[in-house]
Design a protein around this ligand. Sequence first.
Ligand code: HEM
Length: 510
Amino acid sequence: MLFSIFIIVVFLCVFYRLLKFWIFNPWRIHKDFWAQGIPGRYKPMIGEIFSIRRSILDDDPISRTIEMTKKFGSYYHVSFGPIARLVISDPLLIQGVLKTNARCYHKSPIMRLVLGVVLGSENLLMAEDNIHAQHRRLISPVFQHQNLNSMISLMIEITSNFLNKWLLNITNTTNKDNILIVDIHKEMTGLTLDIVTGCVFGSGLMKDEHIRETIYQGITNIFEDIGERTYNMIGIIPIINQLPLPSKRRIDKSKENIRRAVEHIIDERKKGFTKSACKGPDLLDLLLSAHGNDKTSKFTDEELFEEALTFVIAGHETTATLMTWTLYNLANNPDICHRLETEIDSILNDNEEITASTLSLLIYTELVLKETLRHNHPVSSLFRTAIEDNTLIASDGKHIHIKKGTDIFINLYMLHHSEEYWHEPFKFDPSRFDEHHHHYHHHLDTYLPFSIGPRSCIGQNFAMLEAKIMLAMIIKRFRFELIPGQKHVPDMTITTRPKYGMWMKISPRQ
Ligand code: HEM
């Protein structure tokens, strides 16, 4: 009897929680937005899932976001499944969430559910509040210029070896046309993974082909599964998200393999069996020696593992996506490509000796990367959730009261393509970032490729350094052409990588 009552109570509790999650909470938030005169629409239970899914199946995710912004403006409320969210592309609102009111926001549960299965919660990307602040303090010095500069030679060496392989394939005697046809995104992902793992793990990774393969394969598989799990909703519904379905089991297995490999690397380094492959300490050395002012707070083994993996996960797809779209833009804009070639030819010598000062001369190269970071931003949206009630102010002066539990979708794509802030926003034009030419002098932050505030990208200087080196070396040696008849669809799930790859014809320049 007692047992039956217990079962009924448990059942009612679960039922109530589900109702609250699916119906009461989102309804409360939407009602509040309507009362404040904020435009939007609410479809109970499913929200926008089907319309988003349709736009993905139709290979046109961008039109949807443009249409919604045209219809509702730079802030509006919708739902994603059971999650009520405010979509914002207004720069002042974005600044409020990421900077001014940052303490009222956490990363959204969606992100936690999607990436948390891989990364855990004790790392810079996922941790919150005090733990995040402590990790950020420990890690910030790791990315100082002096440390980054000592990584340049390794970045060059890895890129050079990589490009030599292309050349070898092209000059292969069986290759009569002297060209190579590749999925450039896959190539760039391989290259950025080589660079980031080289800079994090050093010789420990490079000397062991098995470990390297485990990490590469594991990360590739995990990325595929989490993308899929977001859109069939399995990955974003609590409890269901933990069920041992095939995708979850695959993720767990890959994660376990990666964990063993990375723990092995860390262990070897601690014992002094391996060392940095950079001129100075690598990221693992720097993590191992990071400590607070009191010299006592150091990372635990679990934290070390998670932070090292975070660098690899946060650092490779993003940079690869930047490279892919940069080459795409260059292939579509021969004049810009020609100007870039001229700059690179005049600054780089044939021995590929690149130093920090050579890099500082590659000004147009930087503009091309900056414009791609605007036009084809690798991270097109950021997700937050309000952990307490707070008020945001939009650039039109409107005060918006945000209820605790509201999800915020920061639409960086629309911010970077707003006609209000950018002249011809859909045109690829690196010169818009040229100090001498640019015509915008607004006080608002309208360009946020690396986000802003206490959670902005800690690897941004690393990423720009790496991208500049890769682009300069690639353009110095090769020319690119898009294979006609392809669809170029940005997959907007995690990064804007091209959904169907990016097939290009590569030929040597000299
Ligand atoms: C072009 C390349 C890159 C882009 C566009 C990019 C962009 C971003 C953005 C927008 C965020 C904020 C995410 C959020 O708030 O949810 C972020 C965070 C982060 N990024 Fe990057 N990133 C890039 C490369 C890298 C690299 C190379 C590394 C490491 C080596 C890295 C490490 C991180 C970390 C650890 C965070 C979390 C910081 C925190 O929450 O304190 N990123 N990145």
